[in-house]
Structure formats: structure tokens, C-alpha cells
Design a protein around this ligand. Structure first.
Ligand SMILES: *Cc1c(COP(=O)(O)O)cnc(C)c1O
Length: 436
């Protein structure tokens, strides 16, 4: 049969997450305490995270068992997800390249973020936590965590970047349907939020500020913990369910890709997608040269223009210092439609691998990415998230390059989410109103 979609049986869902830390070409630089600047210990993180997730954060074990309750929840929200062949896109581009995409848009909240939200809610629940607090930009992470909290009977408190809270209300409504409490950040309910509002009552907010508020909330409320949707090792670990499914699916059709592509905000979908394959390369189990391309917006060019150094994860400086490519913790990116890509830093392991040359990075502007999204919607029938459009733009460029060289290049990319709640961006694009 013509490859249309490559499916896995429910029983074939990977039963372990893959941890890249033991396979890294050198040891990950330690997280530093925000005040003492000494390497932090697992104990230092206990105010914010449950013990099991801290253990995963520092674990050197290559594989970590996925609890049965988590597997069941994964299956319920749509795992294993299909791998599609983009035949219509190939025809449209008239390219000899073969293009495949992993469909993380099919989960209930429309993105890959449920993969870690479910795991984090589960571990907090079994450690007796009652409330999870977090931040969200456009709302993909907040809606995934709200869903996961409702699945495991936890309370969810979300600090949502103020500009999105008012201008992009639909994901806020989803969070509220799942029973979450959602506050526009900066908010009146934390000291840090009140301080910022006093200086500027119309502050649009940022992810960095919302993280500071969520952390302050957790420190002041008993039985509450903090939950982060990207960047940290344990988040990337949970996302490797994606890449391990991809390995099995590629095995079924007996191909090894030439290029793997994904968009990068904090790095979780891209890492989760490529790490299982990259791990094979690091362990010298395959010797084919595979290129891994991380794609980001020109307005928040963390890998392509950032500096590799220690920086805070939030604006107030409450988080540990992480060694990463960063634009500075007080960087406030312009309000582009790909809200999920507006983070000043990136996951430390991804930054290390980029620094060592295992990964390439490139950046595109909003016009280019929405044009790519329109081509994808027209040819493949799926409206991609603006974040995912970044990956699609790189896929199109790689496929056109293959055409020029008459190469039968195999391209696999991660469709991190759908754009059905991001139509304002598409509307602005179609009406020519998109700021550069
Ligand atoms: C959040 C989000 C991203 C960016 O986050 P990463 O941690 O880099 O994956 C990308 N795509 C979608 C659809 C998202 O919701």
C-alpha cells in the first residue's frame, strides 16, 4: 500500500522514556543556586517540585519506566500518534524528497504538551500534592496542564501572560472548562505582580514574569507545587515518547531519515522528537549522517543569536541559573503569533548539543512561516500551529534544495500542534496586516 499514515498498535506504545544525559558528549554543566551560585542539590528543588520529578531531573539512567497510569492517560488522549507521509506537499513542491510528519496535533488540547503535563500531574498526585501552579503564554501549556490536572483530580492555577489573556481568550476558556483558575499576569495576587502593575498598570506581561508569579504562589501556598512546560531535563524526558514512537514507525517502513526538523521555543518538542535518534548516533549504533535542524523565529533568535552562558529562567531571578543560549532573562520578545516560541532561553542539553555541532539552527520571520503554513493547509489539509509553521518552512526549503540537487532526501518533521485556535494570526497574514 502507498504510505499514507504509519500507525502503531496501542500495545506498541513505548513503555520507557529515553534519558539523553548519560549519552551526552560531555557532562551537562550543573544548575547553579540563584543566590549562592553553587551547584544546586536535589534538596534545593524540593520547594518547587515533587521528589520523583527531581530524581528524573538529575537521573543518569538511560531508560525510565513510564507508570501504567501515565500510559493509560497517554492512550486516552491519542497516543501512539500517527506518522503521515506528505505526498500532496511533495507533489506541490515537485521535489524528489520524501517528507513525513509526526502528528502531535491530535491530542485533546492540540499539541505535544500533554506528554509532560500528564506525567507531571501523575507524580504530583501520588506524592500528595493538591495544587499545581504554572505560567502560560498563548495557553497551549496552560490548557495541557489544566487537562492533566482534571484527569488526576488536582487543582490548577495558571498565570497567563496578560496580553494573551485578553487578546487570545479561547485557550483561557478551555482552561476554565477544565476547572483551572486563570489569572492575567502581572496579577494582583503576588507581590511581584503587584510591584510590576504599580510601575505600569498596562504591562502586557511576559513568560518570565508569569514564571516568577507562579513560583511565588507555590512558595506561599502549602501543598502546591510548580510545573514547567519546557526547558528542564524531566520535561524533555517525557517528550521522548514522540521520538521513540517515530523510531518504531520508521522501522516499519524501513527508512532512516537524512534530516529531522522541529521548531524550538524552550526545546521540548524538538528534543523529544530527535533525542531517541540522536542517542543512537551518540552511542554509535548507526553511522548514517543525519542532520537535525532546530527552527526559531527571527524575533526571538535564542540559538542563532543568543549567548551561551549561565542565566535565570525567569525575570525576577528566582529560578536556578542554567547554562544555555540566552537573549537575557529580561528580554521581552515582540508579540508574534507563535506565542510558544517567545522564550529567552533553551533547554540546557539541547544547547550543549548545539554548541558541540550535533544540531543546526535557523530562524525565519512571521511572513515566511505563515506562507509555509498556508501551503501546508492547502496541500495536507491540516492547519498547523504558528510554532509548527517554523518547522514546515524549513522542510519546504530543504525539499526545494533536494529538487535543485535532484536528491532523494528523506525529511521527517514534528508537527507540534494545530492552529485552529490561532486563526487571528492567519487572518492578519491573509489580510496583509502582519507586522514584520
Ligand atoms: C509550546 C509549543 C511549542 C514550543 O515549545 P517547545 O518546548 O520548544 O516544544 C511548539 N509548538 C507548539 C504547538 C507548542 O504548543
Amino acid at each position: 500500500m502507498k504510505e499514507i499514515k504509519i500507525l502503531l498498535d496501542i500495545d506498541d506504545i513505548p513503555k520507557k522514556w529515553y534519558n539523553i544525559l548519560p549519552d551526552l558528549p560531555e557532562k551537562l554543566p550543573p544548575y547553579l543556586h540563584p543566590i549562592t551560585k553553587k551547584p544546586i542539590t536535589p534538596k534545593d528543588m524540593e520547594a518547587l517540585f515533587p521528589k520523583s520529578l527531581i530524581e528524573q531531573e538529575f537521573s543518569e539512567k538511560r531508560y525510565i519506566d513510564i507508570p501504567e497510569e501515565v500510559l493509560n492517560a497517554y492512550i486516552k488522549v491519542g497516543r501512539p500518534t500517527p506518522l503521515y507521509r506528505a505526498r500532496k506537499l511533495e507533489e506541490y513542491l515537485n521535489t524528489p524528497a520524501k517528507i513525513y510528519y509526526k502528528r502531535e496535533d491530535v491530542s485533546f488540547t492540540g499539541s505535544h504538551k500533554t506528554n509532560t503535563a500528564i506525567a507531571q500531574a501523575y507524580y504530583n498526585k501520588i506524592e500528595g500534592i493538591k495544587t499545581l501552579a504554572t505560567e502560560t503564554g498563548a495557553g497551549q501549556w496552560g490548557s495541557a496542564l489544566s487537562l492533566a490536572c482534571s484527569m488526576f483530580d488536582l487543582e490548577c492555577v495558571v498565570f497567563m501572560v496578560r496580553a494573551s489573556y485578553y487578546q487570545k481568550p479561547y485557550r483561557r476558556v478551555i482552561m476554565q472548562l477544565y476547572g483551572a483558575k486563570v489569572y492575567p499576569s502581572p496579577s494582583e495576587i503576588t507581590d511581584f505582580g503587584r510591584k510590576i502593575l504599580k510601575e505600569n498598570p498596562n504591562h502586557p506581561g511576559s513568560l518570565g514574569i508569569a514564571i516568577s508569579e507562579a513560583i511565588e504562589f507555590v512558595i506561599k501556598n502549602e501543598n502546591a507545587k510548580y510545573s514547567l512546560g519546557s526547558v528542564l531535563n524531566h520535561v524533555l524526558l517525557h517528550q521522548t515518547i514522540i521520538g521513540q514512537e517515530v523510531l518504531k514507525q520508521l522501522e516499519i517502513i524501513d527508512i532512516v531519515p537524512d534530516v529531522m526538523i522541529g521548531c524550538v521555543g524552550g526545546g521540548s518538542n524538538f528534543s523529544g522528537f530527535i533525542y531517541p535518534m540522536l542517542g543512537k548516533i551518540l552511542r554509535k549504533e548507526i553511522d548514517k549522517k543525519i542532520r537535525f535542524i532546530a527552527v526559531e523565529p527571527t524575533s526571538c533568535p535564542t540559538l542563532t543569536k543568543g549567548e551561551y552562558k549561565y542565566d535565570y529562567g525567569d525575570t525576577a531571578g528566582l529560578t536556578p541559573l542554567l547554562k544555555m543560549y540566552t537573549l537575557g532573562h529580561d528580554f521581552v520578545p515582540p508579540p508574534i503569533h507563535a506565542g510558544g516560541l517567545r522564550y529567552h532561553g533553551d533547554a540546557p542539553s539541547l544547547c550543549l548539543l548545539y554548541n558541540k555541532g550535533y544540531i543546526e539552527a535557523r530562524a525565519y520571520n512571521q511572513h515566511e512561516i505563515f506562507e509555509a503554513g498556508k501551503i501546508f493547509a492547502k496541500t495536507e489539509g491540516i492547519v498547523p500551529a504558528p510554532e509548527s509553521c517554523h518547522a514546515i518552512k524549513a522542510v519546504i526549503d530543504e525539499a526545494l534544495d533536494a529538487k535543485k540537487k535532484n536528491e532523494e532526501k528523506i525529511i521527517v518533521f514534528n508537527l507540534s500542534g494545530h492552529g485552529l485556535l490561532d486563526l487571528k494570526g492567519y487572518q492578519d497574514y491573509l489580510e496583509g496586516k502582519l507586522p514584520k
